[in-house]
Structures are given as C-alpha cells and as structure tokens.
Design a protein around this ligand. Structure first.
Ligand code: ZN
Length: 220
C-alpha cells in the first residue's frame, strides 16, 4: 500500500473539488474517481474530467448507473421529476439517491485497493446537511470499518468537510488558493449550470449563502 496516495471521490462540484485540492496538499499522489450514476446532467462528468486534468491528477470514471434503476422518485436521476425548492418536513429531499455513498465508497475502496492506495477522500458533510443519512459521520465511520473487514485492509476514509459549513468550505478553498477556480469552474447546481448556477435550486442557495457569508466575513 502506498501510504502517500489518496483516491478522491470526485463529482466536479464545490465540495469534492475543495477535497481534491485538500488531498493535493496532503498526499504525494492523488487519483480522482468520478461516478456516472444516471444523473440528469451528464455534463457533471465532463466538468469533473476538466477540473481533474487541470489539477494534474489521474482521473478515472466509472459507470454505476444501475444505482438509479434500483429506486424511483429521485429528482436527480428521474427526468420526469423536478427538484422542489423546499424539502417537505420530515421527509428526505427528492434529491436523495438511496445508497449512493454506500455504493460510491465501497466501489472506491475496491478501486483504491486495486491501485495500492490506502487513503480515500470524500466531500460529505453533516453540517450543511440536506438530510442525507449517508453523509453523516457515523455512517462513514461504520462503512470504514466494514470495507476494512471486507477486504482485510486498513483504509482510512477522510472527510475534510464533515464538520464545517458552506462558508467554511469556501474559506478552505481560499486557503488552498482555489476559491476562484471552485467558484467559476465547478458544477453544484441541480439544474446543470456551471459556476454560480441557476441561483434558485437548493444547491445553489446553499452555495451562494455560504459564499456571501464567507466574503462578508473577510470584507471582500
Ligand atoms: Zn441551481
């Protein structure tokens, strides 16, 4: 196992791009793995490739679109559904893809093992939650134990954003010297618009509020 190498689960959005640069600071070798899971905006995968290549890291993609055929009712993958602006009380948002991080991280661990990589990085956060259970720290810790037991390995799953909010994620990207890159080149918007996005979907709202909070905190 190469202890100085990390595999980043990489979507090309704000969070995983910040994690990619975080990994570049902490590891000698960084590999980005992008999943195609049937998301409506296949542009995501192209954006991810562009960002990874620009960052000079190895990039691979994997088609796991079977995930979207396992369950119905997710507005990120079902073209007949629109994304609601507010999530209903006591319900998971329509953007929840059941099992997504379970599959992503399990597959990432197998892939990392194949590449001789011990460290896995993911941009999940339970602070700026959208209510996704598979973004919580207890799930990640549990899965870390599970993949280690499954393969008799010593993987370490890193979650640099777990306990920070969106404003602090912007602060981290600024500290890493990539705030402008993250702001203009990444795709977080549920409507598939790069950079500042459509402005009104839940992802854009969260991203913009975080950016405004961070920029006002440093008077910029
Ligand atoms: Zn949007």
């Amino acid at each position: 196992m190469d202890k100085k190498a990390a595999l980043v689960v990489f979507s090309g959005g704000q969070d995983s791009t910040t994690c990619l640069y975080w990994a570049l600071r902490h590891f000698d070798r960084v590999v980005a793995l992008t999943f195609y899971y049937g998301q409506k905006h296949a542009l995501e995968v192209e954006i991810a490739e562009q960002i990874a290549r620009q960052a000079g890291v190895e990039w691979t993609k994997m088609d796991v679109s079977f995930i979207s055929s396992l369950s119905t009712g997710c507005s990120l993958t079902d073209t007949s559904l629109t994304i609601e602006e507010e999530k209903p009380a006591d319900a998971l948002p329509s953007t929840f893809v059941p099992g997504r991080n379970l599959f992503f991280l399990s597959i990432a661990a197998v892939r990392a093992r194949e590449m001789g990589i011990q460290h896995i990085v993911t941009g999940v956060s339970q602070t700026d939650f959208s209510g996704y259970p598979d973004c919580r720290d207890n799930f990640i810790k549990s899965l870390n134990v599970t993949v280690n037991l499954a393969m008799d390995e010593q993987f370490v799953i890193h979650t640099p954003l777990m306990w920070i909010d969106k404003a602090e994620t912007w602060a981290l990207s600024d500290e890493l010297g990539v705030l402008d890159l993250v702001r203009h080149n990444t795709l977080t918007c549920y409507n598939g618009i790069v950079g500042d996005g459509c402005g009104h979907c839940p992802a854009c709202k969260l991203r913009r509020e975080g950016l405004e909070k961070y920029l006002s905190s440093i008077n910029r």
